[in-house]
Design a binder for this molecule. Structure first.
Ligand SMILES: [Zn+2]
Length: 324
């Protein structure tokens, strides 16, 4: 992918950030019922030297705080001090969800199913509309930070779009423990970005409302690797972990609760599993019946549900496998 040879003035919320400037801007959305204005804060680091324009965003789901903390630590540690190109960093996209400890906005709609959005639509649709119109035409690539929903804990994994080779390359550079392509979901940010030809990767790590340092560190390191790959930061920034090569998964499936009861996982997230291995059990609460959950094939555990009480059909393990 070629990036333009000239650095641009970034304009968001009617304010400009010229090359060589760093600013905190706002995208105005609406008011709370109390009258308080709600803005999406947007940090812009615009280097003097031309280079790619990267969007790094978190909190599209308001309760997915590992991504929010990833961006916060990078801001605090001044890791967005770049030598070339531009970073647009959005720590919390869904402010309404964040203050309600919720994935969605107050009416229950998911912003990540509301893109491209409309100016006069529901709240989620308006957030999507303003966000897309203020930011997307100005960027080259995007990194979207998420966690598992509910109590599902995703082992750090980077997802790209099969039809977009550049997103696959970005995912590879990010080098999360697991890498795979995932289908575009209608209304998602990644789908909207794809339709605008903006290569995007989605990093999923940890679970909602719970800090996971391993996931946060994996996120920071992945973003740093992408910045280094584009030559935006000096290569003297050390990655904080031993560089292990990512595992590419060709297929994935959910293992679901065979019955209702107490769910006891017996394996660690991220671990390699062999066909027939016992992964966990679901027991009735009277100690009479226990159903074992076994690995249907060789592979890896990439998500575990931390919900202790489950209903029949609940997703318990997400497993990934490599085609031979
Ligand atoms: Zn999410």
């Amino acid at each position: 992918m070629d990036f333009e040879n000239e650095n641009k003035v970034i304009v968001i919320g009617g304010e400009s950030v010229a090359p060589g400037q760093n600013k905190l801007l706002k995208i105005s959305i609406d008011r709370l019922p109390t009258g308080t204005l709600i803005d999406i804060p947007v940090y812009v680091f615009n280097s003097k030297n031309p280079g790619p324009i990267l969007l790094i965003q978190a909190g599209l789901h308001g309760d997915e705080i590992n991504g929010i903390e990833t961006v916060r630590r990078m801001l605090t540690d001044k890791l967005f001090a770049i030598d070339k190109g531009t970073i647009i960093a959005v720590p919390i996209l869904n402010i309404f969800g964040f203050i309600h400890f919720s994935r969605e906005v107050p009416d229950g709609k998911d912003v990540n199913r509301s893109f491209p959005g409309t100016r006069k639509g529901s709240l989620a649709s308006r957030i999507a509309y303003h966000y897309l119109n203020e930011i997307m035409h100005q960027i080259d690539v995007a990194i979207d930070l998420h966690t598992g929903g509910g109590q599902r804990h995703n082992f750090p994994q980077i997802r790209y779009t099969q039809e977009d080779d550049f997103s696959a390359e970005l995912a590879n550079v990010f080098n999360a423990p697991f890498t795979f392509s995932s289908k575009l979901i209608k209304g998602s940010f990644r789908n909207a970005a794809y339709l605008m030809s903006k290569p995007t990767v989605v990093f999923e790590a940890g679970e909602s409302m719970r800090f996971d340092d391993f996931s946060i560190t994996a996120g920071i390191n992945g973003i740093l690797r992408i910045l280094q790959h584009f030559g935006m930061v000096k290569s003297t920034i050390k990655n904080r972990e031993e560089l292990k090569k990512t595992i590419h998964l060709d297929k994935r499936k959910w293992l679901r609760a065979p019955t209702a009861g107490m769910f006891i996982p017996k394996v660690l997230n991220g671990s390699q599993i062999q066909k027939g291995a016992i992964l966990g059990s679901v027991s009735d609460i009277y100690g009479k019946k226990t159903k074992l959950i076994k690995a249907p094939e060789d592979g890896y555990i990439i998500c575990i549900n931390h919900q202790a009480v489950v209903n029949q059909g609940d997703a318990l393990f997400h497993i990934g496998a490599i085609l031979n």
